[in-house]
Design a protein around this ligand. Structure first.
Ligand code: DX5
Ligand code: ZN
Length: 221
């Protein structure tokens, strides 16, 4: 297992002050910026695109930007996000007609590639692509909105994917996204996650550092 990473989802940040919010959460000890891209097509919500990613880089953000694409189709946006400064690009297999091709496209653009499994997506989709991935993201809510409740069956799914990653012998990160909070993150880590997205749990509190530290303590068990 790799060192734990906490990736605040800026979906729950104050968008009127986004640059300051990102700087503040990183200063509070967060590792990555989780960047949720929604298109009102693959998911019923509309958020931000490459221009905003580029604006964060221009604002001086040097931390990894973890782009979670909830868009369909996927490929058209990959080069734009690579140019805008994305570090890692994750996508949903249901949204790409050629999953393997999209992974190659992301890596060819110089980014790390992640595949996202919705709560009802079987883990078998990993069978032929795990060796080409840098990260597997298990959704613990249905994608589209922040502030939803963690779906408990994700814990069993995390254990199953953790086994597969360990059997592969590769340094593939296992990320979880949705309803992650200080009071459940310990169990999520114990089930095999090493990369934790949290939106409302962090940005919904006045003291970001206190939440990030509470999460790290719980992860360490
Ligand atoms: C949901 C997004 C999540 C969301 C998480 O579609 O992918 O990243 O912002 O928000 P919380 O942590 O509030 O569940
Ligand atoms: Zn996300």
């Amino acid at each position: 297992m790799q060192p734990a990473v906490i990736a605040p989802s800026i979906l729950s940040a104050n968008f009127a002050r986004l640059g300051e919010e990102v700087v503040a959460v990183l200063a509070a000890g967060a590792d990555w910026v989780h960047f949720d891209v929604m298109d009102n097509h693959y998911v019923p919500n509309l958020t931000i695109g490459p221009l905003v990613c580029e604006a964060l880089r221009t604002h001086g953000v040097t931390a990894p930007i973890d782009v979670h694409l909830m868009v369909e189709p996927v490929d058209r946006l990959v080069p734009d996000f690579a140019r805008a400064g994305a570090t890692l690009i994750s996508f949903h297999p249901e949204a790409s007609r050629h999953v393997h091709r999209t992974i190659q496209l992301i890596r060819g653009e110089g980014c790390q590639a992640g595949l996202v499994l919705n709560p009802a997506t079987p883990v078998d989709v990993l069978d032929y692509v795990l060796e080409d991935l840098d990260m597997v993201l298990l959704m613990s809510v249905n994608p589209g909105f922040g502030g939803q409740a963690f779906i408990p069956s994700t814990l069993d799914k995390l254990r199953r994917v953790r086994e597969r990653i360990d059997a592969s012998g590769r340094a593939v990160r296992l990320q979880v996204d949705g309803g992650v909070k200080p009071d459940n993150i310990g169990a999520i880590a114990a089930a095999g996650a090493d990369t934790f997205v949290a939106g409302s749990a962090i940005f919904g509190q006045p003291d970001y550092r206190a939440v990030v530290e509470a999460m790290r303590t719980a992860i360490a068990g």
